[in-house]
Design a protein around this ligand. Structure first.
Ligand SMILES: Cc1cc2nc3c(=O)[nH]c(=O)nc-3n(C[C@H](O)[C@H](O)[C@H](O)COP(=O)(O)OP(=O)(O)OC[C@H]3O[C@@H](n4cnc5c(N)ncnc54)[C@H](O)[C@@H]3O)c2cc1C
Length: 300
């Protein structure tokens, strides 16, 4: 039996909900790519710990999927097991005296709205970023206004071996759009927020969201920014300056609204997106001598 078959057998025995041979395209914003051997949706942290332990013992690569807003999945059969934190146990949010405890499967946007309504400051700079709390932390999502790690106190995780741990922020190795959390699964996070006037906070959030809607293709299928901004430079401006805005491979196109986004015009394939990424990288290297680094996460 393959390691995936054996993992499925063990999950079945333990009652952990999962499905075999699942397409990932509908679970990502870009909407491209193939199928994974196993997709699990644990009921609670104990299920998740068992899943991580068994996957690790069997040598199965296990990845956590949020809302798939920064993931680009390859074509074909992907040798991966994927876990999603869709169960209620991972969505809970509690707010008390400026301390926010949020499940990693909770959506970021409603969480931000709730903190603003309670007059809590710190997350408003993240409005308009499609994410789960866990995905935002793993990517250290942010804008020019802030990063999610700025108001973080600690995270609760299940590590690669299935151990539950609480990591203070100092152990999460946050950097620009990166963290040390990707090899584990974040299950919840604690934030400490300041106080502010709810109306002023909502107004600030509205202005940030309007600016985002003006400058980014929010209504299209994309995976967010494809490349990180090189130090002191804008990846979008470099791509634009290399004459690649609007460039196409099949149904994948460099957005003409923001050149650091690739959009799926409808029916694009992962290979088309991959070819366009290579072309953009090569074009910027030749035109500007800059090596662009991927921000988007590619599976496998
Ligand atoms: C229209 C659009 C606009 C965007 N704008 C921005 C922006 O302004 N700023 C910005 O920073 N990003 C932006 N993004 C990218 C994306 O929204 C962020 O990277 C977001 O944090 C992804 O969250 P997710 O839940 O979708 O994670 P996914 O895309 O599902 O996963 C991303 C990575 O996080 C890991 N991960 C997910 N959940 C967990 C978990 N619980 N524990 C451990 N690892 C986990 C995954 O394994 C993967 O490596 C944008 C994307 C789109 C489509």
């Amino acid at each position: 039996m393959s390691p995936f078959g054996e993992l499925g057998r063990r999950l079945e025995k333990a009652g952990v909900p999962f499905r075999r041979d699942q397409p990932l395209a509908p679970l990502t914003w870009m909407g491209v790519g193939g199928r994974v051997a196993l997709l699990a949706e644990p009921r609670h942290a104990e299920d998740l710990a068992l899943l991580r332990r068994e996957a690790s013992g069997l040598g199965v690569r296990l990845e956590t999927l949020g809302v798939g807003a920064n993931v680009l999945v390859a074509e074909g059969e992907i040798p991966l097991a994927v876990v999603r934190l869709t169960a209620g146990a991972f969505q809970e949010v509690s707010i008390r005296e400026g301390q926010v405890e949020a499940g990693a499967g909770a959506s970021l946007e409603p969480l931000i709205r709730r903190t603003l309504a309670e007059g809590l400051a710190g997350l408003e700079g993240l409005v308009g970023i499609p994410a789960t709390v866990g995905g935002a932390l793993a990517m250290n999502a942010g804008s020019r206004h802030t990063e999610i790690s700025a108001s973080l106190v600690s995270v609760s995780v299940v590590d690669a071996l299935g151990e539950r741990k609480i990591l203070p922020k100092s152990m999460c190795r946050f950097g620009y759009r990166k963290s040390g959390l990707k090899g584990m699964t974040v299950i919840s996070a604690r934030f400490s927020l300041g106080s502010g006037d709810p109306e002023a906070l909502r107004e600030a959030a509205r202005a940030i969201k309007d600016e985002k809607a003006r400058t980014q293709p929010l209504g299209d299928s994309s995976a967010g920014c494809i490349f990180k901004n090189p130090p002191g430079k804008s990846a979008g401006q470099l791509i634009d300056a290399a004459g690649l805005k609007g460039a196409r491979e099949g149904q994948a196109q460099v957005s003409d609204r923001h050149a650091n986004f690739i959009v799926n015009l409808g029916g694009a394939t992962a290979d088309e997106v991959g070819r366009l990424i290579d072309r953009v990288r090569e074009g910027v290297r030749r035109a500007r001598g800059v090596e662009l680094e991927l921000e988007v996460v590619r599976w496998p």
